[in-house]
Each structure stands twice: as structure tokens, then as C-alpha cells.
Write a protein that binds this ligand. Structure first.
Ligand code: NAD
Ligand code: 13P
Length: 398
């Protein structure tokens, strides 16, 4: 029998953390997975920081900027996006996107959502036809024809099935192996199509055109997803609700910005709790209104990808922290992002704009007062101080 080969597309703060988790597990389950895991790195030159433990020990590497892939493979640490965390030696950084995905039967997509379109364009036609994907991306894509989940976008573009992983997962905490939970949604359609002359297992799903995983590979089911992602410090619950899992991760970034706004004003915990209450209600409502046939309200209220992610993101996430600094210092949030995040990317600012353009197109701004207020505050058309009034449902309907 053959083994699944896993590739990670993306190597930022969360991308590298998930790569660590996966590489630990492929090493632990060599019967099902090839031990080596390739991770695509958007290449850049990086100067080792004087604060790095490698700075003194590796004078050759420290003397001038080096390729990030070279540093990761030499030091087994992503010194730029996950500094101070040792990575498993079976995790290999690769600057060549097509080479990274070549032969991979499991593709884990983990990069800021603004880069996924171009990345998928580049790998289209180069992935194993029966590969399965997991999107760890928190965001949505809004086009003229609606609001789309990245798991669906990736799947449609590459002609593969793509599930989603999302949870209350501040990357640095997971990387430090502090206990966290996460939610994986994985529900590929049943295979029903037999090629002429084929005797046993079907080779594809006639409706979706998806290819079946050949019989010589281990089957990929909920239990295999758990094997690939579950760690003693990272507990996985698997569900079928891809829309609910994806939406929870995307929408909470808007809520976390609002939590940052009120904290930046010094308004205290009651104010933040009010934002979180309205936030979870709007998440559930958004799911019901626009993904009613595919998402379940319980995913938002009972799983890590819903309420738990909202709580952790409103406590210590980057969107929360940058929004707070932006209001406290009265500095534009994009400037704070550049100043504070060392190349990491906020997802909430663009998600707020995308969700707003979708709500506006559907005449529903007034039914989502928090999502709408965050967008107008970011645009400079409302003030954080106005939030209490803006959260009164009638305001946007006037
Ligand atoms: P990040 O914020 O660390 O972003 C930096 C990454 O973007 C780097 O790998 C950089 O090389 C890459 N990049 C920059 N320009 C690029 C380009 N033009 N093309 C492709 N890549 C480019 O990224 P992250 O934290 O790994 O986030 C990935 C996803 O995971 C996001 O959707 C985020 O919401 C989600 N997420 C993040 C966390 C977290 O705590 N960081 C936790 C859970 C989920
Ligand atoms: P931030 O992108 O705001 O840091 O949120 C991280 C996250 O998604 C925690 O689950």
C-alpha cells in the first residue's frame, strides 16, 4: 500500500505552527503518511535578529541576510514568523510552489486570505487529481455572485475536495504546546461512479466530478484527519459543517476589531462582553441567512471554531491588539499593522470590507449592526465612541 504525502501551502505564523503539528504526526504515523512534509515558503531575505539564540552560534548565517528557506532548513526554526520555536527536522521549507505540491495527496492551505487566489492560479493543473485539501484560512471572498468560502474556492479551482480547520488557536500558544482545541470540517461526497471495466471501488463522484482516492492509499475519513492534526496539546473535533467552521473563523476577526476598539477607549470588560454577545449573534444570523442549508447554528455556539475562537481572538489576537493600539494612539490601523506585526497580516480589516459589500448588495447592513459599524469605523465614517448607538438595530435602517 501507498502512503499519503502531505504538503503545507503557506509558512506564516499559523502556517508554520500547523506545519509543526502535521510533521509531528506524520512522524508518529508512518504507516499512513510519508514522514517528510514539504512547506511552501514565500521566499524573502531575512537578517537573523540579535535576539535570536542562533545569532552568536551561527556567525556565517548572522553576517548578512539569508533566504528564509535556507534559515528554516538549517536552523529548524522559522526565525521571522515563528521565532523561538523548534520545528521537526522532517519539515522541509521549499521556495518552489509547484515542487512543494508535487505528488502531495493531502494539501493544507494556510496563508493570509489575500494571497490564496494567486497561489491557486499558480498550482492549478499541478496537483494530484485525487488529492484532498484542508483550508486553515480565516476569511471569505466576496464577488458579484456572492460570499464564498475559501474551502469551496480552493476546491473548485483545483478540482479537488477541500475541508476546513479553524478554532480558538492563537498560533504562538499552539506552537508553545499550550493546550488548545480546534474544529475540522471534512465531508467529501460519496464516490459513486465506476469507470468501464472497473470491478470494485468507484473512481469518482459523477455529480461533482471529484476523483476517488485509489484503493492502494489509506482511506481519508474523520479518523485520519484526527490522526494528522490531533496532538496531546491540540485537540481536534471533526464535523461535517464546512460552512459553519469557515464562517466562524472569518467573522470573528470583525468582532475582534470591535473588541479592540472599545478596549482602546478604556471602556472595560463589560463593554467587551457586549461586543462579544452581539458578535456571536451576528455570526449565527449570517450563517442562517446566507448559508442556511449548509451551516448549523450549533457550530458557532458549541465548537472551538465558533464562540471559543471569538473569545480568544477578543482577548489576545492580532486584530484585537492592533485595533486597540489604533484607537488608543489614534493611529491608522494599517500603520499599526506594519509597525507591530513584522510582516504578519491582519485579516479582519479586509474581511470587514468584504462582508460589508456583500451585506450592502443584499440590503442587509441594518440587520448586522456590529459588522456594519466596524466597517464604517475602519473607513473613518464612524467613531469607535459611537459603537453603543450604532449597535441599536435601527440606526443603519434610517
Ligand atoms: P501571517 O499573518 O504570519 O502572514 C505572513 C505570511 O504571508 C508569510 O508566510 C509571508 O511570506 C506570506 N506572504 C506575504 N506576501 C505574500 C504573497 N504575496 N504571497 C504569498 N504569501 C505571502 O500568516 P498566518 O498567521 O500563517 O495566517 C494564515 C491564515 O491563518 C490567516 O487566514 C489567519 O487568519 C489564520 N490564522 C492565524 C492564526 C494566528 O494566530 N496567526 C491563528 C489561526 C488562524
Ligand atoms: P488574529 O489573526 O487576530 O491574531 O487571530 C488569531 C486567531 O485566529 C485565533 O484563533
Amino acid at each position: 500500500t501507498k502512503k499519503h504525502r502531505v504538503a503545507i501551502v503557506g509558512s506564516g505564523n499559523w502556517g508554520t505552527t500547523i506545519a509543526k503539528v502535521v510533521a509531528e504526526n506524520t512522524r508518529e504515523h508512518p504507516d499512513e503518511f510519508e514522514e517528510e512534509v514539504q512547506m511552501w515558503v514565500f521566499e524573502e531575505d531575512v537578517q537573523l535578529s540579535k535576539d535570536s539564540k542562533h545569532y552568536k552560534a551561527n556567525s556565517a548565517l548572522a553576517s548578512k541576510p539569508q533566504k528564509l528557506t535556507h534559515l528554516i532548513n538549517e536552523l529548524h526554526e522559522n526565525v521571522k514568523y515563528l521565532a523561538g520555536i523548534s520545528l521537526p527536522t522532517n519539515l522541509i521549507a521549499n521556495a518552489d510552489l509547484l515542487d512543494t505540491v508535487k505528488g502531495a495527496t493531502i494539501l493544507v492551505f494556510n496563508l493570509p486570505h489575500q494571497f490564496i487566489g494567486k497561489t491557486c492560479d499558480d498550482i492549478e493543473g499541478h496537483v494530484v487529481p485525487f488529492a484532498r485539501g484542508i483550508s486553515c484560512i480565516k476569511g471569505v471572498e466576496v464577488t458579484d455572485d456572492g460570499c464564498h468560502l475559501f474551502s469551496d474556492r480552493i476546491g473548485e479551482k483545483l478540482g479537488i475536495y477541500c475541508g476546513a480547520l479553524s478554532g480558538a488557536n492563537i498560533a504562538n500558544e499552539v506552537a508553545l504546546e499550550k493546550f488548545s482545541e480546534t474544529t475540522i470540517a471534512y465531508a467529501p461526497p460519496a464516490m459513486d461512479h465506476h469507470e468501464p471495466g472497473e470491478s470494485s471501488a468507484p473512481s469518482s463522484n459523477s455529480k461533482s466530478g471529484l476523483k476517488a482516492i485509489p484503493a492502494e492509499y489509506p482511506e481519508l475519513c474523520h479518523a485520519s484527519m484526527k490522526k494528522l492534526f490531533h496532538r496531546p496539546y491540540f485537540h481536534v473535533r471533526v464535523t461535517d459543517d464546512v460552512a459553519g467552521v469557515s464562517l466562524g473563523g472569518a467573522l470573528k476577526n470583525i468582532v475582534a476589531l470591535a473588541a479592540g476598539f472599545v478596549d482602546g477607549l478604556g471602556w472595560g470588560d463589560n463593554a467587551k462582553a457586549a461586543i462579544m454577545r452581539v458578535g456571536i449573534m451576528e455570526e449565527v444570523k449570517f450563517g442562517k441567512m446566507f448559508f442556511g442549508s449548509s451551516s448549523k447554528p450549533e457550530t458557532f455556539t458549541e465548537e472551538s471554531c465558533g464562540v471559543a475562537d471569538l473569545i480568544t481572538s477578543c482577548s489576545g489576537g492580532r486584530n484585537f491588539r492592533c485595533a486597540k493600539m489604533s484607537v488608543a494612539e489614534r493611529v491608522d490601523i494599517h500603520e499599526i499593522e506594519r509597525r507591530e506585526l513584522n510582516g504578519q497580516k491582519l485579516q479582519g480589516t479586509s474581511t470587514a470590507a468584504e462582508v460589508n459589500s456583500f451585506l450592502k448588495a443584499n440590503g442587509k447592513e441594518g440587520e448586522f449592526p456590529l459588522f456594519t459599524a466596524v466597517h464604517y469605523i475602519l473607513e473613518g465614517k464612524a467613531r469607535p465612541e459611537d459603537l453603543p448607538e450604532l449597535l441599536e438595530p435601527t440606526v443603519h435602517e434610517k
